[in-house]
Design a protein around this ligand. Structure first.
Ligand code: HEM
Length: 437
């Protein structure tokens, strides 16, 4: 965490490199910290009441930050992740049924099919070091592609993976020009994003066309069928954007959750053992996992604790459309308002011994205090895929723990670096051994 003398501009510069060291210490004690960045007011909000004010009771007065659209636009177009106001409301209403709990069994089968394949790949390592960051990215992108397009994943999966990786490493990064230059300013990055957008929309159009050729009669097979039902034939353009939104919003966040969980478990043989013991008592086959999911209490608590310590979405940002007094502090119109989940999850007042990995915090129906646990956000923009993400992470970690013991090869600490998501500073080497039962 940064010293208290850090200025607003420095916060924005540091966030771009590593957001986790950008927040001044006094955020732990003051409900709202006000700074200035390039002449613009910046507010850092951590108190539960202040979060309730901006995310729930006065959510109309705090809109998404405009530069998010520039970075996400090339891939999600006008999808739910960037829309606003009445358009957002209609999109959210249309998509909500696809994410209803009744559809989790369909998704569980896709998740387990991909996790089985991952376990087979990992078994081939036979005690040699493996790069679990890469493997978890492959696994979660396969789950995203398969749960969206079960039929077409084999044909189009590699192309989707290649373009998503290109996006993450290039045009999908936040540049200072995104924050400071007015929208529409012609830059080299703008041209590169337009070029990427063209190639991406062509790929998604080919997948949708292939799906139409194969027919959509019968029970829904995957998220695509569920989303297509929601959008109808005259909203095909939006359907393509929503499909893209699901890939982008879902895969990197889930991959990082799985990766951080592996690093935490590698240092905690005790929780690994408890996880494995629970996993062996339940049916984690493709057909049976959906029914077992609610019974995996240890696995769920391990996922929840990982999301507390390493939330892949480490903060939310909004633009204040009106001035408000928030917990006694004036937040003027035009302020950039940031809610650092990372810091809230490590505040000793809410989380005793905050840096310790202790999944028992979440056992026995433990219920964190209001607005102190926000890995999926809160209010109107709360993550629509939260249940799906929890199911993915819970089933995948249980299945991995059932088959392997996990250790890390070296003692070099793995440091979180937050850019758009909370990523590790390097990919450590893990060793997986078959678990003796
Ligand atoms: C562990 C995995 C995940 C994490 C930590 C996560 C985190 C978040 C957070 C913090 C937000 C709120 C952002 C804000 O308030 O500005 C959000 C929104 C969103 N997430 Fe997730 N997410 C995850 C997985 C997923 C998955 C699997 C999907 C879809 C398949 C998804 C789709 C979305 C969408 C569409 C939104 C925007 C919702 C709206 O504005 O109405 N996410 N997510």
């Amino acid at each position: 965490m940064a010293s208290d003398r850090i200025g607003g501009l420095q916060v924005l510069f540091t966030i771009r490199r590593n957001a986790l060291s950008a927040f001044p210490k006094r955020c732990l004690h003051e409900p709202v910290v006000r700074l200035r960045a390039a002449g613009r007011p910046l507010a850092l909000v951590t108190a539960p009441d202040a979060i309730g004010h901006m995310m729930i009771t006065h959510a109309d007065d705090y809109v998404r930050l405009p530069f998010g659209r520039r970075v996400l636009g090339p891939i999600v177009g006008k999808g739910l992740l960037v829309s606003e106001g009445e358009t957002w409301r209609q999109q959210r209403r249309a998509m909500a049924p696809a994410f209803a709990p009744r559809n989790i069994p369909i998704m569980s089968a896709h998740i387990m099919r991909c996790t089985e394949a991952s376990c087979e790949r990992l078994a081939q390592s036979r005690g040699r070091p493996v790069n679990l960051l890469e493997e978890m990215q492959t696994l979660s992108l396969e789950i995203a592609a398969t749960s969206l397009f079960s039929m077409e994943a084999a044909t189009f999966g590699p192309q989707v993976r290649a373009l998503v990786s290109e996006y993450m490493g290039t045009v999908g990064r936040l540049y200072l020009a995104d924050v400071f230059l007015p929208e529409g300013t012609p830059t080299r990055m703008r041209r590169r994003r337009a070029d990427f957008r063209k190639r991406w929309t062509q790929l998604i159009a080919s997948i949708i066309e292939a799906r139409h050729q194969s027919g959509t009669a019968g029970a829904p097979r995957d998220l695509f069928d569920l989303l297509a039902q929601a959008h109808g034939p005259d909203r095909q353009d939006l359907l393509a954007d929503e499909v893209s939104t699901m890939i982008v919003a879902g895969h990197e966040t889930t991959a990082l959750t799985l990766f951080w969980m592996c690093t935490l478990l590698a240092k905690s043989p005790e929780w690994q053992g408890m996880l494995a013991e629970e996993a062996t008592r339940h049916d984690l086959s493709v057909a049976g996992a959906g029914k077992s999911l609610p019974k995996l209490e240890i696995a769920r608590a391990v996922v929840q604790e990982t999301l507390r310590l390493y939330s892949p979405g480490f903060m939310a940002g909004r633009l204040a459309k009106r001035s408000h007094e928030v917990c006694g502090v004036e937040v003027p119109e035009g302020s950039i308002v940031l809610v650092p989940f990372w810091l809230i999850h490590r505040t000793p007042q809410w989380w005793p011994n905050p840096t310790a990995f202790d999944p028992s915090r979440f056992l026995n129906d433990a219920d964190p205090a209001r607005h102190t646990y926000l890995p999926f956000g809160v209010g109107r923009h709360v993550c629509i895929g939260a249940q799906l993400a929890m199911s993915e992470a819970t089933l995948a970690i249980a299945r991995l723990a059932q088959q392997f013991t996990l250790t890390m090869r070296d003692e070099r600490p793995v440091l979180p670096v937050a850019t758009l998501t909370t990523r590790p500073d390097h990919a450590p080497e893990f060793v997986l051994q078959p678990r003796a039962h």
